[in-house]
Design a binder for this molecule. Structure first.
Ligand SMILES: O=C(O)CCC(=O)C(=O)O
Ligand SMILES: [Fe+2]
Length: 530
């Protein structure tokens, strides 16, 4: 009966469905409601719940999962609503008595605005959770919410009948009549959906396909690198820079090199021909870059990425420019994902995985999944380093092996992470003002990738004032830069969110391993490599 107006599927039906289908049903239901009144939702919920709760009779619940879609009182101007998602439970209690056994104090997580969402999971019921509320704020198709707390729909109540092996922590409802006695039935297992913290990687368990794909990309990268056109910046001397000497003032003002509109792969060199910046345009397909964007976005919610308070200890490098473009719904924050990381000022201590990775179990799970999901990006970064600077690449591979030989945690974290460098940092809508990457090794490279979505996106070029240079740095591009030596900044952008990933290698990593990357100026005199 309850389904007559909303086309709401039967509870049992829902419980057996994969969550994506449940969501689809929810969306349809939501869209239906859009046309009508919004305030009707609470009574709608009551109605749905009132009619489904009796069906729980006879089931001893060991775990119930409530899935809620939609508003938690969020207005688009407050990207993270501070509203405990369980506030609506009292509304439901009269119709669903068993819910009263849930404690509703713990409501900690939140997921971003995507729809279908990355679920965040909030547990109630103390250490032995009796229920899980999966929630996400209103999808963009749903009108901005103002005050109605419970805006859309409870979409499913997923049940797991208790089994002998798993005692219930939920008291059985006294008012519930026992199951009618009849011929013995084999109990059917009801699947409970445990939301993964991150969606699975496309090539997971498809190693041969992945290898083939990566080989293709590597060949393409090699070709792109072979096509690099050199542009010399006659006043810049890498030898002096590596020696820590100041650059000499150019006699005449250097020309402005604006390659922001150029499709040509470029190698910007110093006066001797040593590469300083390498611009690799269009090395990602649109869809490949989209996937990177999506997984980074998912990660933000799954790992609970936040703006670091106070800019972090590494106040001179990436953490220093923590200034964000904050528009409604824009993600903000920085994720530090180094597997070997010395906090600034602690270079004599044993390094550990960076805070974002090991903050808690959830962030560890999300980070490991991200390492796997980013394999296509890391494969391109590896290829770019390999073909642009083979000695450095080889040293990075050797360093990775040395770090693994020394540390079991590095072996574990590297298991699904193919990046040859030890770290990356992800910046969500962060303005990058003029800086050098002060923790990075001066002989190394930073591999910069920015992704964004939407046709209106404009700007976000990379600017290197010392070279009077401006290059493209967009969705399909990859840029290598000697970020420790050259100051750089990202120009303002408009038209959507921008997520950047800086792949780096810190000097403390090499010190820890007793290794040094090869000098970029050792093979002087224009020796042709490969
Ligand atoms: O925001 C960006 O894309 C620049 C990143 C960068 O330069 C850095 O993280 O060091
Ligand atoms: Fe940088």
């Amino acid at each position: 009966m309850h389904s007559s107006r909303t086309n709401w599927p039967e509870l049992a039906e829902l419980a057996a469905k994969p969550v994506d289908e449940v969501l689809q049903a929810a969306r349809l239901s939501l869209e239906g409601k859009q046309e009508g009144k919004q305030e009707g939702n609470v009574s709608e919920w009551r109605r749905i719940f009132g009619s489904t709760a009796p069906r729980l009779n006879g089931l001893e619940l060991s775990r119930a999962v409530l899935i809620g879609v939609g508003g938690l009182g969020a207005s688009p101007r407050e990207p993270v609503p501070p509203v405990p998602p369980f506030s609506f439970l009292p509304t439901l209690l009269p119709t669903a008595p068993f819910l009263s056994s849930l404690r509703t104090s713990k409501a900690t997580t939140y997921c971003p605005e995507t729809f279908p969402p990355t679920w965040s999971e909030t547990r109630v019921g103390g250490s032995a959770p009796t229920a899980t509320l999966l929630h996400c704020p209103s999808p963009s198709t749903v009108q901005p919410l103002t005050s109605v707390l419970l805006k859309s729909a409870l979409v499913s109540l997923r049940l797991q009948s208790s089994s002998a092996t798993r005692p219930t922590s939920m008291p059985a409802d006294r008012h519930v009549p026992t199951r009618p006695r009849g011929p013995k039935k084999t109990p059917t297992a009801v699947r409970v959906h445990h939301p993964g913290p991150m969606p699975q990687y496309i090539f997971a368990d498809k190693k041969p396909r992945e290898e083939r794909q990566f080989r293709v990309w590597d060949r393409q990268m090699k070709k792109t690198v072979e096509r690099l056109e050199q542009r010399m910046v006659a006043h810049y001397d890498l030898v002096r820079a590596l020696e820590g000497k100041r650059q000499l003032k150019p006699r005449t003002p250097p020309p402005f090199l604006d390659y922001s509109a150029s499709d040509t792969p470029l190698e910007i060199t110093d006066k001797h021909g040593y590469p300083l910046v390498v611009v690799l345009p269009n090395v990602f397909s649109e869809s490949s870059a989209d996937m990177i964007y999506d997984t980074l976005k998912d990660y933000h919610g799954s790992a609970g990425i936040k703006v670091p308070n106070g800019g972090g200890a590494d106040g001179h490098a990436r953490g220093a420019v923590d200034n964000y473009v904050s528009e409604p719904d824009f993600l903000v924050g920085v994720a530090k994902l180094a597997k070997i990381w010395h906090a600034v000022g602690h270079t004599h201590e044993e390094p550990v995985a960076a805070t974002t990775v090991v903050k808690n179990g959830t962030s560890l799970a999300a980070s490991c999944q991200l390492f796997q999901n980013l394999r296509p990006l890391s494969a391109r970064v590896n290829s770019a380093l390999k073909h642009v600077d083979r000695p450095f690449y080889d040293a990075a591979v050797a360093a990775r092996a040395a770090a693994e030989a020394r540390r079991a945690d590095v072996r574990a974290l590297n298991h699904d992470d193919n990046l040859v460098l030890e770290g990356r940092e992800i910046m969500y809508n962060r303005k990058s003002t003029l800086h050098r990457d002060l923790s990075d090794h001066k002989r190394g490279w930073a591999a910069l990738k920015a992704v964004h979505r939407g046709a209106d996106y404009e700007g976000g070029y990379l600017r290197i004032p010392e070279l009077n240079l401006r290059v493209r740095y967009g969705h399909r591009d990859l840029v290598l830069i000697r970020g420790r030596l050259l100051q750089h900044e990202v120009e303002p952008w408009t038209g959507g969110q921008r997520i950047a990933v800086a792949h780096f290698t810190h000097s403390s990593y090499w010190t820890y391993l007793n290794m040094v990357p090869p000098s970029p100026t050792v093979d002087a005199e224009g020796e042709d490599d490969v």
